[in-house]
Design a protein around this ligand. Sequence first.
Ligand SMILES: O=C(O)[C@H](O)[C@@H](O)[C@H](O)[C@H](O)COP(=O)(O)O
Length: 241
Amino acid sequence: MPSTPRPRLARFADLAALSEAVAEETIALCRSRQAEGAVPCLVLTGGSGGAAVLAALAAHPELRTVDWRRVRLLWGDERWVPAGHPERNDRLADETLLAAVAHDPALVHRVPASDSGLDLDGAAAAYAELVDGLERIDLVLSGVGPDGHVASIFPGRDDLLSATASAIPVRDSPKPPPERVSLTLPALNRAERSWLLAAGAAKAEAVAGIVAPGPETLPAARLAGSAETTLWADEAALGAQ
Ligand SMILES: O=C(O)[C@H](O)[C@@H](O)[C@H](O)[C@H](O)COP(=O)(O)O
């Protein structure tokens, strides 16, 4: 497969500094797009990195310089649990960013939940149709798993790595819960900007695999924004890099 260009590296002392910087740049991006008269489209992530960035956004002094009623939000993946379940990734946003600003629920595109009346395949198909209808994705935030997964695209899972639909059902996830809906690599790579989040020593092996891919290119090393790809990492995750 054609090699993916290496991401730009942004290094920070720790997750707090990293998430503050990502929040700052996310606000700047949204302001810039709104100044052009556009509705910024952001794809959020779960995990500890995603949670830290959302908390940093909610606390940022310039948060309200963005009109969040005119920002479109999606998720790179979602756990197959009922709406409002503590394991839902959208709950992280509900408890931080969306609790802090006025927003338009019609622009907050939640993945259908397991109690939505759809089955897992139907929920994935519905989300894929939504993603296919998007004119532009300005930014994808992707937390990097210790094994180098992003969203719910896991290494060694050719069924997930080779998927071409924009969103797919995921079963037997090595990270609980076992069932999820995930955007695929082609969908994630529609983004103008792709930002990978990696903090903590547990991510050091994955980060090494992003900075210098081995024979098996990790899912995280296959992400590339059309305009920019940045690996936001702290010293613990960078290790000897
Ligand atoms: O639904 C999920 O679990 C996340 O979207 C997942 O992709 C996460 O971002 C990574 O697993 C990193 O999570 P940690 O930073 O908590 O390891």
